[in-house]
Each structure stands twice: as C-alpha cells, then as structure tokens.
Write a protein that binds this ligand. Structure first.
Ligand SMILES: [Zn+2]
Length: 418
C-alpha cells in the first residue's frame, strides 16, 4: 500500500526504521516462533497467550492511533480499512475485521504465526493451543482505534487456529475493562535514549552493503496471502514494542516468582539471537540477491562478521559496530542504538544489569557462523545444522559489558572463546 510506504521512514545514521512514529524491525518466522514459544514455556499456554496478546494490543493501538491521525482517517470504516492494510504490509496474513464497538468476530487467513508454525512443526507436532496471540491483539487494537475506544477496552480470544489443524483462524472480541495506560515507546523516546553513532571497523563496507540491502527490503511486498516470503523464510515487519514487552514482562515475572529460574529464561530469550543470526542472516548471505548485490561469499571471518553486521543494520536492529575483531579469539561490538535498551529504560527505569539479550547473543552467534560454517560450500541451513552449531558445539561466551539500560554511555558486548 503506497500510503504506508509514505509513512515509512529511517533515522539517518542510527539504522532504525519507523512506520509513522512507531519503530519496526524485520524478523523471520523462525525467530518469531521461537520468541513466542519462550514466553509460553516460561509462563504456560494461557498466561503466555495473554501476555503476548496484551503486548500486541498495546503496541498496535499506539501504531494505529498514530497512523489514522496522520492519514486523516476519521470514520470507523476508513480506520478499519487502514488497519486491514497494515496487517499484510507487516507480512502477518489477512484479517477480516468485522467486530464493532461492543465486540464481535474476526477471521484470519494465512496468519504468519499459525501458517509458519504448520510449515515448520506441523508434520511432527500436534498442537492444541492457538498460537496467534499477535493477531488477537492486533484485531482488538484495530477495533478499539476504529471506534475511538481506549486501549484495553476489548478482550480478544482465538477460538479456532490453523496451527491446531482448523481450516482458518477465528477470534472473538468482547468488552472488558482492563485499561492499559502505558506511554508509547516511539520515535521521540528513541531519540531521547540513543547515543551519538560511532564508527567501527570496516565502516565503509558495512554502510554500503546496509544501504543496498535496505533499498531492496523497502521494495519487498506481501503476496496475495498477506505473507512476505523471501530468502527461503517468511519475513515480518514487526514491532519491537511487542518483542520487548513480552520478553521483559516474562523475565520480570520469573525474577519475582521463581528467581532461581531467571538465568535459564534469560538464556532462552538470548537464544532467539542465535535463531535470528542462523536463519535470517545466514539465508540472506546465501541468497542469489546477496551474490548479485555484494558478490560471491569467500567465507573468511572478517567478511562474515562485517556482512552480518551490515544485515542487522538493514533489518532495523540499530547502529551496531564492530569495534575489535581477532579471529579465533575475540569480538567486541557496540551499539549506539538498538531496539532493546530504549524500551527497557523508558518502561521500567534504570536496570541493575544489562538487558540487551538479543544484541548480545546475536553477536555471539555471528562469531559462531563466521568460524564454524563452510560458506563456500553453500550449505543448506537446516534445523540439524542449527542444533549442531548452537547446541552441541558453541564455544563462544558472551558478556554485555556496558548497557544503556543501566546508565552506560553505549551498549557493548564482548564475545570470547570459552
Ligand atoms: Zn544494552
């Protein structure tokens, strides 16, 4: 939708992307399913779904309220039409938004989460609990914004789900009274919390690749299903507000109620960084588009690390830099901006410990990819290869040595051979 392209903007030098005032990033279905599964494993199916759908509802309410104001959409019909266009622009599938101010039904087809879940796990696992918490929250927020209701005025339940082998997904919306007054974590907030961008090693090469890839991504559109398929993965334009709130709410819940389990849950959210690096960065590196744009992969450590960082910038993860790189020994990465610490600091205040689980572990995974994958042989990135690289054979340790969430001037991670 052209109007959405007009609302899409970058923050120069910081490698962040916004739709209207709301930040967005690209993430693939492997990452998305893993992230949601982590919330579910930590909190259980019911509570996990609730936390996810509420986070989606809150983030999408902010996004759509801002967009309808910018687009001058004043009637419920215009607002629902805009929301129904945003959903496939995000690569989330199709929603038929039929509910009114008192609630009603919403139908979903080819929803990113359930469709991708069936593709990835459907042949092996039988699922009984629905997976489309993001779509549930989106449907509620879209209806709230259409009828000028406050966030949290509607509850949304997924009653049938494609992941549970039902033909389509169905949601029921009804009135509730759970106000959610959280302030938006938008462009202004990011501008307040990010630091002056610095230059790292190979800045010229990284910036040039990031610019080319970024232009390519901007031109990528959803198909008639509302899904975005490319590089062998399903891609979404997704909201950091969703990832951050679900991850931090889950971790805070564990810190409070089962503190001994905190390191394990933090490790799992960190593992989503391994999943992203392996599937998204890996598949982009091995794609024909990469070869046409950058050239044939040689596969040496410096090339893979700098290329991976260029990809993270194009995906909107922030201004990550390579500050030290000693093959076989050590990597130091910094980020003047990323999508974790601004959210943490704004929502929860000063942290006692570093909070960029994704940035830290994606950096570790980049070192593993650079050292342990034979890129020249163009391997297929299968789940077996993932397990052997990241479960059986991960020799790198990572520590976030500085973090803006705890008041430092930059986020910095150090990856060393362990
Ligand atoms: Zn940090």
């Amino acid at each position: 939708m052209n109007q959405l392209k007009e609302f899409s903007a970058e923050l120069p030098g910081q490698d962040l992307k916004f739709l209207g005032s709301t930040p967005y990033v690209y993430h693939c279905h492997h990452f998305n399913l893993f992230h949601d599964q982590t919330v579910e494993d930590a909190l259980g199916e019911e509570e996990g779904f609730l936390i996810r759908s509420r986070a989606a509802q809150s983030a999408v309410w902010q996004l759509l309220s801002d967009l309808v104001a910018k687009a001058g959409a004043s009637t419920p019909a215009e607002r629902l039409q805009l929301a129904a266009a945003v959903f496939p622009w995000m690569g989330q599938g199709r929603l038929e938004l039929l509910a009114g101010a008192e609630g009603g039904n919403v139908r979903g087809d080819h929803l990113h989460y359930s469709f991708a879940w069936r593709e990835k796990y459907g042949a092996r696992v039988r699922r009984r609990f629905p997976v489309d918490a993001f779509a549930a929250g989106f449907a509620a927020a879209a209806t709230e914004v259409a009828f000028s209701l406050p966030p949290g005025a509607l509850a949304s339940r997924e009653q049938s789900c494609f992941a549970c082998r039902q033909p389509a997904c169905g949601f029921e919306l009804g009135r509730q009274d759970v106000p959610s007054q959280a302030e938006p974590v938008n462009r202004e907030v990011f501008l307040r919390h990010i630091r002056q961008p610095s230059e790292g090693l190979e800045e010229g090469r990284i910036a040039e690749i990031a610019t080319g890839l970024n232009e390519f991504l901007l031109g990528v559109d959803g198909d008639e299903r509302g899904l975005v398929q490319g590089f062998g993965i399903f891609i979404t334009r997704h909201l950091p507000g969703y990832y951050d709130q679900t991850a931090y709410d889950t971790i805070h819940h564990i810190e409070k109620h089962a503190p001994q389990a905190t390191p394990a849950v933090e490790e799992l959210f960190g593992e989503s960084g391994h999943v992203c690096a392996f599937y998204t960065i890996g598949n982009i590196l091995l794609s024909p588009e990469w070869e046409a744009m950058v050239g044939t992969l040689r596969g040496d450590v410096e090339e893979i690390v700098t290329s991976s960082v260029a990809i993270t910038r194009a995906l909107g993860f922030g201004h990550w830099t390579v500050d030290e790189l000693e093959p076989d020994r050590r990597l130091v990465m910094r980020s003047s901006s990323n999508y974790e610490s601004p959210f943490y600091f704004e929502r929860y205040g000063l942290s006692e410990k570093p909070r960029c689980y994704f940035f830290a572990n994606a950096s570790r995974a980049i070192m593993q990819l650079a050292h342990r994958v034979d890129w020249a042989s163009r391997p297929e990135l299968t789940e077996d290869l993932y397990l052997s690289l990241f479960k059986a054979d991960l020799k790198w340790r990572v520590e976030e040595t500085r973090c803006c969430s705890k008041g430092d001037d930059v986020c910095e991670v150090v990856v060393t051979k362990g």
